[in-house]
Design a protein around this ligand. Structure first.
Ligand code: FAD
Ligand code: NAP
Length: 331
């Protein structure tokens, strides 16, 4: 099997793995866990690699490539509970649920990746996140060596974060269960989407189509231009920090979170520094979205690290704000 780690990251950087294990069943997971433990190697579970970047180490990682499939549905009151294997395509799942007129995850359309990775960073877009519909996650717990079911509360979801991201080597997710409904879908409160549906009552399929169209017009296709989507999380700051930044940057956009904190737009911060001086020969910021770093071919991990530190240091110097990298980096 191909051990080139570039095949397991849509950023297309990386050395070679110690071993790759295809995970199609519970037994495969237990086997991969024991294999990695016996050889004293970190086990990294990978779906499509659209949020994972590897360093150029050779023979360090055991990769568990998730392939568990299957989608089942059952009605419970006015909800439809959908249980899905971790190796299913996330967008493929939405395509099927939307075909059945089910509401709940349509705003998360066209996010690349697998179902099993979706709870890891509590994927989100257009004001929606998987935590809104997730009922439970079934996973292999590597500390107890047992399969277990975590409730949504136990997943400790927050903005692009969860227990799975906090404890990266503990759980191997096998299935998730979502609760969807046949209710009329809300229109996401984001300008680009709202503009399309002004004064209308779209059905769920129309919301999905609009989101796919908007995303395709703004984001690079990973097959044509390697990338991992947004590279930095939107920073959350206190109102006091906001007032301090606004003294020099009164036009800076921000979004309300609660009475104490606001969310800044990381893309705007980057657009307002001399980002071009941070770009390298092979790594550039996407022309339509400066939050997306792209690999124009042949980029090295060291090159990526230089670009990241230049961007984060310059944003920190200019705005006093710390940018946090969103993709999972395995050095
Ligand atoms: P991978 O990169 O394979 O894995 C991601 C992390 O999850 C890794 O830490 C991995 O170890 C872990 N993991 C994967 N599967 C399992 C499992 N079964 N059990 C335990 N751990 C596991 N994200 C958003 O939130 N919103 C967006 O709108 C969005 N848009 C994107 C647009 C583009 C063009 C791209 C390239 C990325 C975008 N992303 C977005 C990021 C990414 O698509 C999501 O995070 C997605 O869920 C990653 O899925 P994957 O299968 O590729 O994950
Ligand atoms: P956009 O709609 O141009 O908005 C720009 C930024 O402003 C986003 O970061 C968004 O925050 C914030 N924003 C806009 N309207 C908002 C509102 N009404 N309330 C709160 N925050 C608001 O963003 P875009 O770049 O085209 O992306 C669209 C959506 O897809 C966003 O939700 C974005 O997070 C998501 N996306 C994520 C990735 C990824 O890899 N994580 C990649 C591409 C797109 P939020 O980001 O917090 O929503």
């Amino acid at each position: 099997m191909d051990t080139d780690l570039r095949s397991y990251s849509t950023f297309k950087i990386g050395g070679s793995a110690f071993s790759i294990c295809k995970l199609k069943s519970d037994e495969d997971i237990v086997h991969a866990h024991r294999f990695a433990t016996d050889y004293n190697k970190p086990l990294i579970i990978i779906g499509e690699g659209s949020n994972s970047i590897f360093g150029e180490t050779n023979g360090h990682y055991v990769i568990g490539h998730m392939h568990i499939r299957g989608i089942t549905a059952k009605s419970k009151g006015d909800k439809v509970l959908i249980t899905v294997g971790a190796g299913e395509s996330w967008d493929g799942l939405i395509s099927q649920t939307v075909d059945q007129g089910l509401t709940g995850i349509e705003a998360l359309s066209w996010i690349p990746g697998t179902v099993g990775a979706a709870p890891v960073q509590n994927i989100g877009a257009y004001g929606s996140e998987i935590a809104d519909t997730l009922v439970s996650v079934r996973a292999f717990d590597r500390t107890t060596e047992r399969f277990t079911v975590l409730s949504a509360q136990e997943c400790q979801f927050s903005y692009r974060d969860s227990i799975f991201k906090q404890r990266p080597h503990r759980y191997v997710i096998t299935h998730i269960t979502l609760a969807l409904t046949h209710a009329a879908p809300p229109i996401p409160q984001y300008k680009a989407v709202q503009e399309r549906f002004m004064g209308t009552k779209p059905i769920v399929a129309q919301i999905r189509s609009a989101i796919i169209e908007i995303r395709q017009s703004k984001l690079p296709d990973v097959r044509a231009l390697p990338n991992c989507g947004s590279f930095f999380k939107n920073p959350v700051v206190t109102r006091e920090q906001l007032r301090a930044i606004q003294k020099d940057h009164p036009a800076m956009p921000f979004f309300e979170i609660d009475t104490q904190s606001v969310k800044l737009y990381a893309g705007w911060l980057i657009e307002h520094i001399d980002y071009a001086s941070c770009e390298s020969e092979n790594i550039r910021l996407y022309e339509k979205n400066k939050l997306v770093l792209t690999n124009h071919g042949g980029a090295t991990f060291q090159e990526l690290e230089r670009v990241i530190s230049c961007l984060t240091n310059t944003v920190a110097r200019t705005f006093g704000v710390t940018l946090e990298v969103e993709p999972n980096i395995y050095r």
